[in-house]
Design a protein around this ligand. Structure first.
Ligand code: ZN
Length: 337
């Protein structure tokens, strides 16, 4: 917890706004009952993350997702705007707990004021519905990151479940260029391998992978195909261009071991750090979208991960980078501020 006070602790991906909007259906044993949305300023009894629990964990920065495009029903814009409105009301209701951040400086201010800095991402370029003007509108709302795809193919590129080897489309290259000009973070989480390499080649700014894990360590790919995880070669290439990758917290699932704990998760981080250099690895929990291990049942378990990393021999300076300093460096470079 001392380390958590020394640097803004930043997590680059969760689906918690989706979870509260839907009344945490994945985690609600009474899921046949109508979902009852809750607010992020309320301490939830289900789900993984909200403002009170983040503050308790000593966390500052959270990139949260406005869209999971799992239905191909063309309601992406409404979904994004509804999620945005839900968050907006939460921020208005709890100004002492959280603020909307669009720059690294905003995150540092939140850290000084012991607030949660919420950054906005859209997980899946379906959200712009093939129209670059929407990218500008979302930027105006404060969105500073976009994952090019989720699991499906869209107008921009191919996602993990629909991989024909086509990679980034011509429109996708325009989107990456436009994001570069807008100083938005280009995120290759969920990209196929070809999409990943095309994006690294196309982007003139540092590329991130907000939530992924180490393909070399995954024992069972379950519903995810191998391209959902970065190969050792991809990790090195992302880092060589200055990028940072976030390790998600689903260690028990990826190891096919229900007893996995924070130490098992820490080993994924150590593997990535050994390939990329420790300054290119960060947190990308996927809370409320993934399957965290024992000891990390919600964000309040984060100090257990920090302890496990200390036990693996990471120094305080290295930990400050993993916990938030590395993301902060890339945010400052790409977003400014
Ligand atoms: Zn995801």
């Amino acid at each position: 917890m001392q380390l958590h006070r020394q640097v803004p602790v930043i997590d680059c991906h969760n689906d918690s706004l989706q979870a509260v909007l839907q009344g945490d259906p994945r985690y609600n044993p009474l899921r046949h009952r109508p979902a009852k949305p809750r607010r992020l300023w309320q301490r939830g009894e289900s789900g993984h993350w909200d403002f009170p629990r983040a503050l308790e964990a000593g966390q500052t920065g959270q990139m949260t997702n406005l869209l999971v495009p799992w239905r191909k029903d063309g309601t992406y814009i409404k979904s994004i705007l509804k999620a945005y409105r839900h968050l907006e009301l939460d921020l208005v209701a709890a100004p002492s707990m959280a603020l909307l951040a669009t720059t690294a400086a905003d995150i540092e201010r939140a850290h000084r004021e012991r607030k949660v800095a919420v950054l906005l991402t859209i997980e899946g370029g379906e959200g712009i519905e093939g129209d670059l003007d929407l990218l500008h509108v979302y930027h105006q709302l404060g969105v500073r990151s976009m994952g090019l795809t989720w699991m499906y193919r869209n107008a921009i590129a191919e996602g993990n479940w629909e991989d024909t080897g086509a990679g980034l489309s011509n429109f996708g290259r325009q989107v990456v260029s436009e994001m570069n000009q807008l100083h938005m973070l280009v995120d290759v989480a969920h990209a196929t391998e070809r999409t990943f390499w095309d994006t690294l080649e196309t982007s003139t700014a540092t590329v991130i992978c907000s939530h992924t894990s180490c393909r070399a360590l995954v024992k069972d790919f379950h519903t995810h195909v191998p391209s959902r995880y970065l190969s050792d070669e991809q990790m090195k290439a992302l880092a060589a261009q200055g990028g940072v990758l976030g390790i998600f917290f689903s260690a028990n699932r990826e190891l096919d071991d229900d007893t996995a704990d924070a130490t098992a998760l820490a080993r994924f981080i150590a593997h990535a750090a050994s390939l990329c250099g420790v300054e290119h690895v960060g947190l990308g929990s996927d809370f409320d979208g993934g399957f965290p291990p024992h000891g990390l049942e919600d964000i309040r378990g984060l100090p257990n991960l920090t302890s496990a990393l200390i036990d693996l021999g990471f120094t305080d300076a290295e930990l400050r980078g993993i916990l938030g300093g590395n993301w902060l460096r890339v945010f400052r470079e790409v977003l400014g501020g």
